[in-house]
Design a protein around this ligand. Structure first.
Ligand SMILES: Cc1cc2nc3c(=O)[nH]c(=O)nc-3n(C[C@H](O)[C@H](O)[C@H](O)COP(=O)(O)OP(=O)(O)OC[C@H]3O[C@@H](n4cnc5c(N)ncnc54)[C@H](O)[C@@H]3O)c2cc1C
Ligand SMILES: NC(=O)c1ccc[n+]([C@@H]2O[C@H](COP(=O)([O-])OP(=O)(O)OC[C@H]3O[C@@H](n4cnc5c(N)ncnc54)[C@H](OP(=O)(O)O)[C@@H]3O)[C@@H](O)[C@H]2O)c1
Length: 430
C-alpha cells in the first residue's frame, strides 16, 4: 500500500522518493509542472523557478553530488543551472523516479484526519495517507520591501529576473546583498549604464576561490581531512578570507557589525573587482522612492530606470491551513527541521538554510524519512520533540543572527551527524 505522498519533484522530492524506494517503500509524488527539476529548470512551466540565465551553483562539484551518484568529473567546478538539472535528471532516471510522479497535478489541500492526512488534488480527487512529505520549495514567493513613495520606472523582484537584456544602457538599482543580489548586479553591470547595490546591513563577501581552490574545498580539507573542530575551521577560514579579499570597506562595502560566521555567506568572485572598476557602486538602505529618483538614508539620491528587489522570499504553503501549520510562527519549530510536532505525519524536506549546500543535505533528510516510513526508526514522544526544538532554537540564537532570515539556518556537519545518529539508534533522539 502506498502510504506516503510527496508534494513536489524538485531536487528535494526526488531524493526523498529515491530513499523511500531504496527502503522498499512506494510513494505517490504530485508535481504541478510537467517535468522534474523545480527551481533548476529555467523557465519551468510550473511558474515557480527563480532561475536566471547566468545562474551557477555556489557549491563546488565534489561537495554537491549524491552519495551513490557522483557528478561527472568532466563538468566544471561550479555547475551551471542547466548542468545541475542534467545531473538531477540522470539521477532520477537511474533510480526510476519519474515513473512515480504524477505531473501537471497540484496538491490543493492537506488536512489532518485523526492520525492520517487527506490530500486533495487540483483534479478534485482526494486520497488519504499516513504521511505527507512537503517538498514544494521555499524560494519562489517574492518578499517585497515597503519603501515610502512611488517609483515610476520598472520594478521587479529577483524571482522574475532572467537576463541583462532588458537593462542595456539603463541605470539599475539592485536592493539587497544576498547571493541573488550580487549575482544579478554582476550579471547586469557591463551592459547596463550603471548599477547601484543598496544594502541596509551589509554582508561579508566571500570569494568562490582561494588560491585557485574552491572555498568549500578549503573548509572541507580543514574539517574532514585534518579533523579540526568547526570553531577552529571557522577561525582559519576567516583569516584566509581576510587575506584573499582584504578590507571590503575599500570598496565602499561596510564591514557588517556581526562576526563572519554569524550570517549566511554571500559568495562572489566578481562583485568587488566590478566595484573596483566603477561598474557598480554601493549605497545604504533606500529612504524614499521619488518618481524617477531614489533617496538613500545617507542623504544622497540618484536617478534610476529600474529597480530589482533581491530581498528574499516568503515561506508559503498554500495547501496547508494556518491552523495546521503557520510558516511565520512554526517554520523554525520543526522536530529535526522536518516534523510538525502536532501532526507528526507532516514532514518537511528541504526547509533548511545550511552553511554549506542544501542539495546533498536533503539526501540525508530523505534517508531519515525513509527510515521512519519503513519502521526502522521511530519518533520520540511529543515532549522530547519539543525539547529538541527548544535546544535547536537556543543553539541558533547563540550561533547566528537573531533575525527571520536565520530561522532555517543549520550547521551542515552537526545536523548531518544528528540525523545519522538517529538512524543508527533506530530511535530519533534529542
Ligand atoms: C537563485 C537560487 C540559487 C540557488 N542556488 C543554490 C546552490 O547553489 N546550492 C544549493 O544547495 N541550493 C541553492 N539554492 C536553493 C535551492 O532552492 C535548493 O537547493 C533546492 O534545489 C530546492 O529544491 P526543492 O525541491 O526543495 O524546491 P524546488 O526546486 O522549488 O521544487 C519544488 C517543486 O514542488 C512543486 N510544487 C510546488 N507546489 C506544489 C503543489 N502544491 N503541488 C504539486 N507540486 C508542487 C514545484 O512545481 C517544484 O517542482 C538556490 C535557490 C535559489 C532561489
Ligand atoms: N549562485 C547561487 O548559488 C545562489 C544565487 C542566488 C540565491 N541563492 C540562494 O537562494 C537563497 C535566497 O537568496 P536571496 O539572495 O534571493 O535572498 P536572501 O538570502 O534572503 O537575501 C535577501 C537580501 O535582501 C535584504 N532585504 C530583505 N528585506 C529587505 C528590506 N525590507 N529592505 C532592504 N533590504 C532587505 C536582506 O538584508 P538583511 O540581511 O538585512 O535582511 C538580504 O541582503 C539563499 O539560500 C541563497 O544562498 C544562491
Amino acid at each position: 500500500m502506498t502510504d506516503t505522498c510527496i508534494i513536489g519533484a524538485g531536487s528535494s522530492g526526488v531524493t526523498v522518493a529515491k530513499s523511500l524506494k531504496d527502503a522498499g517503500q512506494t510513494a505517490d509524488i504530485f508535481e504541478k509542472g510537467s517535468q522534474i527539476g523545480g527551481m533548476w529548470r529555467y523557465e519551468n512551466d510550473n511558474g515557480q523557478s527563480s532561475c536566471y540565465a547566468s545562474l551557477h551553483i555556489d557549491t563546488s562539484r565534489p561537495n554537491l553530488g549524491y552519495s551513490d551518484f557522483p557528478i561527472d568529473p568532466s563538468l566544471p567546478d561550479f555547475l551551471s543551472h542547466a548542468q545541475f538539472l542534467g545531473h538531477l535528471e540522470a539521477y532520477a532516471d537511474h533510480f526510476g523516479i519519474p515513473e512515480m510522479v504524477r505531473f501537471n497535478t497540484a496538491v490543493t489541500s492537506v488536512e489532518p484526519e485523526g492520525d492520517r492526512y487527506r490530500v486533495t488534488l487540483d483534479t478534485g480527487e482526494s486520497r488519504d495517507y499516513a504521511r505527507v512529505v512537503i517538498a514544494n520549495g521555499h524560494l519562489s514567493d517574492p518578499r517585497m520591501p515597503d519603501f515610502p513613495g512611488q517609483f515610476d520606472g520598472t520594478a521587479i523582484h529577483s524571482h522574475h529576473y532572467r537576463s541583462a537584456d532588458p537593462y542595456i544602457g539603463k541605470r539599475v538599482l539592485v536592493v539587497g546583498i544576498g547571493n541573488s543580489a550580487v549575482d544579478i548586479a554582476v550579471d547586469l553591470c557591463r551592459r547596463a549604464e550603471h548599477v547601484t547595490l543598496s544594502t541596509r546591513r551589509s554582508a561579508w563577501v566571500m570569494p568562490k576561490y582561494l588560491m585557485g581552490v574552491p572555498i568549500d574545498q578549503w573548509s572541507g580539507f580543514l574539517g574532514r581531512k585534518l579533523r579540526l573542530p568547526t570553531p577552529a575551521v571557522r577561525r582559519i577560514m576567516a583569516q584566509l578570507i581576510k587575506l584573499g579579499v582584504g578590507d571590503q570597506r575599500r570598496f565602499g562595502l561596510p564591514r557588517p557589525e556581526h562576526p563572519m560566521w554569524r550570517e549566511h555567506a554571500t559568495l562572489s568572485q566578481e562583485l568587488l573587482p566590478n566595484i573596483g572598476h566603477g561598474y557598480i557602486d554601493v549605497k545604504p538602505n533606500v529612504k524614499r522612492l521619488d518618481g524617477t529618483r531614489v533617496a538613500f538614508v545617507d542623504g544622497t539620491d540618484a536617478p534610476y530606470d529600474a529597480i530589482i528587489y533581491a530581498t528574499g522570499y516568503n515561506l508559503t504553503f498554500p495547501f496547508l491551513d494556518r491552523g495546521v501549520f503557520d510558516p511565520d510562527l512554526q517554520a523554525g519549530e520543526l522536530y529535526r527541521r522536518m516534523v510538525v510536532p502536532a501532526h507528526p505525519g507532516l514532514i518537511h524536506a528541504g526547509l533548511v538554510q545550511p552553511v554549506g549546500p542544501t542539495i546533498p543535505l536533503v539526501e540525508t533528510q530523505g534517508k531519515w524519512i525513509a527510515a521512519l516510513a519503513s519502521g526502522r526508526m521511530t519518533l520520540p514522544p511529543r515532549a522530547e520533540m519539543d525539547r529538541e526544538i527548544t535546544a535547536h532554537r537556543d543553539y541558533q540564537r547563540r550561533t547566528y543572527l537573531d533575525a527571520p532570515r536565520y530561522a532555517l539556518e543549520v550547521d551542515y556537519k552537526t545536523y548531518t551527524r544528528q540525523m545519522l545518529a538517529d538512524m543508527k539508534a533506530g530511535q530519533a533522539g534529542t
